[in-house]
Design a binder for this molecule. Structure first.
Ligand SMILES: C[S@@+](CC[C@H](N)C(=O)[O-])C[C@H]1O[C@@H](n2cnc3c(N)ncnc32)[C@H](O)[C@@H]1O
Length: 284
């Protein structure tokens, strides 16, 4: 079977294709901060049963499994599922399935902690984010009273193509604006969590990075087709857009201006981070 014929769940991007070069180009940003949030629960992490929704190629599961009693994962892409199975091998505390996080097969009050990392923007095509609400309700159902939900996402400021924290988005501005619209603004997410009865709602800015190190000092990486596959923003670009963006980047490399822009972006990332973790608890 071709990777593109496999099952997929994102509302705009075929992850079976994306995942072929994903691990070489991404880092599991926020891992330490998420573990720290799990540690704030009264039950020690090593006794917790944790769930990851939309686990992708398993970068987070493969680390967190060493700290928790059990870890479950539900992923919409078959390619991601297969790559994760390979990573975790025969680990007996890892339980993976292909499925949809909007309708889970688990019974109520099953998990001590539930995390999603860079998944929310794949759920909705409508500006009222109806699937976000569905996802939050379903999460609350499967989390135990007192358990925690962590949502690793990005803010509108971080995604801004001109003043945000991903330097190459300036060259694919239209795609960046289209993708920004898929991300529920953080204040909206926080208020929906409150309306649905979650408590102890907090935002944490992780100090880590989303892309591999080369992205931050070598602008030629952004021209690489494999790198482009590893960021779903490129699913909003036509071939023509990509060619135009690549020419602009090449010309800014030639006159040196790309480095000024990268420096400015790095300063902004230091100030506001590259992602935001919103955490919330199901009341006891
Ligand atoms: C940007 S990737 C993030 C992957 C992984 N969490 C990470 O950070 O490395 C988004 C993931 O969400 C998955 N996904 C999107 N919508 C989903 C849904 N409704 N149910 C299950 N998985 C979904 C995609 O297949 C993809 O693996």
């Amino acid at each position: 079977m071709k990777s593109t014929d496999k099952r997929n769940a994102s509302s705009y991007c075929n992850y079976n294709d994306t995942f072929i070069s994903y691990d070489q180009n991404r880092q599991p940003n926020g891992l330490e901060e998420i573990l720290h949030i799990f540690e704030e629960s009264p039950l020690p992490v090593e006794e917790q049963v944790v769930m990851e929704g939309g686990f992708g190629t398993g970068a987070y599961i493969d680390q967190i499994r060493h700290h928790t009693k059990d870890i479950y994962g539900v992923e919409g892409s078959e390619q991601g599922y297969e790559e994760t199975q390979q990573k975790v091998g025969d680990a007996t505390n890892v339980h993976l399935e292909i499925g949809n996080i909007l309708g889970l097969s688990f019974s109520d009050d099953f998990f001590d902690a539930y995390m999603v990392n860079q998944v929310l923007h794949h759920l909705d095509t409508k500006p009222s984010y109806p699937n976000l609400t569905l996802f939050l309700k379903e999460s609350k159902r499967v989390i135990k009273p007192g358990g925690v939900l962590t949502i690793n996402t990005s803010s509108q400021e971080q995604l801004n193509p001109n003043s945000g924290v991903y330097w190459n988005y300036k060259y694919i501005e239209e795609a960046a604006v289209a993708m920004q619209a898929r991300y529920a603004p953080i204040p909206e997410l926080v208020s929906t969590l409150g309306e649905l009865g979650f408590t102890d709602i907090k935002t944490t800015t992780p100090s880590g990075k989303l892309f591999q190190e080369q992205y931050y000092h070598d602008p030629r990486l952004a021209l690489d087709a494999d790198f482009q596959k590893a960021d779903s923003i490129f699913c909003f670009c036509t071939e023509k857009h990509i060619d135009e963006a690549n020419s602009l980047i090449r010309s800014d490399i030639d006159d040196g201006s790309v480095h000024q822009h990268m420096e400015q972006t790095a300063k902004q990332a230091e100030k506001i981070g590259e992602a935001v973790i919103v955490s919330a608890r199901k009341p006891l």
